[in-house]
Ligand binder design. Structure first.
Ligand code: AMP
Ligand code: MG
Length: 395
């Protein structure tokens, strides 16, 4: 199954199970969350015309190269009075322009006379150096649509409009399960045949960044009864996200449990790393089973599970930005799966980590992004490839 087909199916299912419950949060707490309703401007921004410069406000019609008396001084934060005709006002950046003035001249073009009057040496244009009322926004304008992911910039924008709180979609509750008899947690001594569980913390941290509530369900042994029982104990979650146990049918206890008490689709994705992916339901809870090799977990989470989760929160644009760059390497063996190589940009070219094994997470720590090599493609250095920055998908 091509990656885009799998993604389209996942997004369709996400659309059908959108989380709609919302909560109101103080502005400082909405980072990483999704806006639940359109944010309309309740203000004109700026609320009044203000000066873009330190200088003098005057009426262009009063300028005739004769010095003008300074009739008032306006600092940012002050409310000016109407400009006395035939005078100018000393004004500073961000201060409201006095009614009656229609331009601001910067102080560098003004000569202060011994008697305190000011001569303007350059000719003036109506509106110069004035930021007009409503230049950024006018009352009632749509500023951020529902479904916008909120970050520092959106928080700042909402603050500029005076919003102290925003309505956001409630956190999606995701249960994280690591399957495999070989897994133990860091901190314990490594026994024969064992490996440390790297996917658990990787996914739990990542999900938190995505604004999810994580239910860490620990390690699941390769055993049907335990799998069935542990799934049953998870309670009220929106998604069960597991890793491992999907590569060979024989040890696929998650799959067996889903077949018994729900439904299961096993997809053979044309993606490398990360061929096998499970999508199903346990009772009525959606389940995504990612492949267990850490680099496979990373790639399939980034390209499939992450967009699925964001779409369940109501985000429309869920696919990461990719940029076209020249390959800084040759790729001689065309594969029948789309490859996502862990790579870096160096001197404007994509280079790749020496070991691209799906078990090697170190490749991704070295990398800044994923280099996409399409099915049946070979490359010579200089050919164009897509590069997906990891920073695009990690939050
Ligand atoms: P599986 O899909 O269960 O056959 O796992 C594929 C490979 O990924 C095996 O080498 C597993 O040992 C490894 N693996 C599975 N889960 C994890 C995990 N949570 N952390 C590290 N490696 C894992
Ligand atoms: Mg396993």
């Amino acid at each position: 199954m091509p990656v885009e087909v799998a993604l389209a199916r996942l997004l369709e299912m996400a659309d059908a199970s959108r989380i709609v419950e919302r909560e109101r949060l103080p502005l400082a707490q909405v980072e990483g969350r999704v806006l639940a309703e359109d944010l309309l401007s309740s203000l004109d921004l700026p609320p009044w015309p203000n000066s873009a410069m330190d200088g003098y406000a005057l009426r262009v019609a009063d300028w005739n190269a004769e010095p003008l008396v300074v009739s008032q001084k306006v600092f940012a934060g002050q409310a000016p009075v109407a400009l006395t005709p035939g005078t100018c006002a000393r004004i500073f950046t961000g201060a409201p322009v006095p009614p009656g003035a229609d331009c601001v001249e910067m102080q560098e073009n003004a000569e202060v006379q011994a008697d305190g009057r000011v001569r303007f040496t350059e000719s003036l244009v109506i509106g110069q150096n004035i930021r007009p009322q409503g230049q950024e926004t006018t009352v009632g304008e749509l500023i951020l649509p529902a479904g916008t992911r909120l970050g520092p910039i959106e928080q700042g924008l909402a603050a500029s409009l005076g919003c102290a709180e925003l309505a956001v979609i409630r956190k999606v509750r995701v249960a994280v399960l690591s399957t495999g008899d070989e897994l133990i947690e860091p901190g314990q001594p490594l026994g024969p045949g064992q490996i440390y569980n790297s996917n658990r913390v990787l996914l739990c941290s990542w999900l938190q960044r995505l604004g999810c509530e994580v239910i860490d369900a620990g390690i699941l042994p390769d055993d049907l009864d335990t799998t069935r029982a542990r799934l049953g104990e998870l309670g009220n979650v929106d998604l069960i996200l597991s890793t491992g146990g999907v590569s060979v049918g024989e040890a696929d206890f998650l799959g067996m449990a889903l077949r018994e008490e729900g439904e299961l689709a096993l997809w053979k994705l044309a993606i490398k790393p990360g061929k096998p992916l499970t999508f199903g339901h346990f009772r009525s809870v959606p389940v995504i089973g990612l492949p267990g090799n850490p680099a496979s977990t990373l790639v399939t989470f980034a390209l499939l599970a992450r967009p699925y989760l964001l779409r369940r929160m109501g985000v429309q644009e869920v696919e990461p930005l990719k940029v076209q760059v020249p390959a800084g390497f040759d790729w001689t063996k065309a594969g029948n799966r789309r490859e996502y190589l862990r790579g870096r940009l160096e001197n404007g070219q994509a280079i790749i980590y020496r070991n691209q094994s799906s078990g090697v997470l170190r490749s991704a720590a070295w990398a800044d992004g994923l280099v996409e090599v399409m099915e049946e493609r070979t490359l010579v250095a200089g050919d164009s490839v897509y590069f997906i920055p990891l920073s695009e998908v990690l939050s």
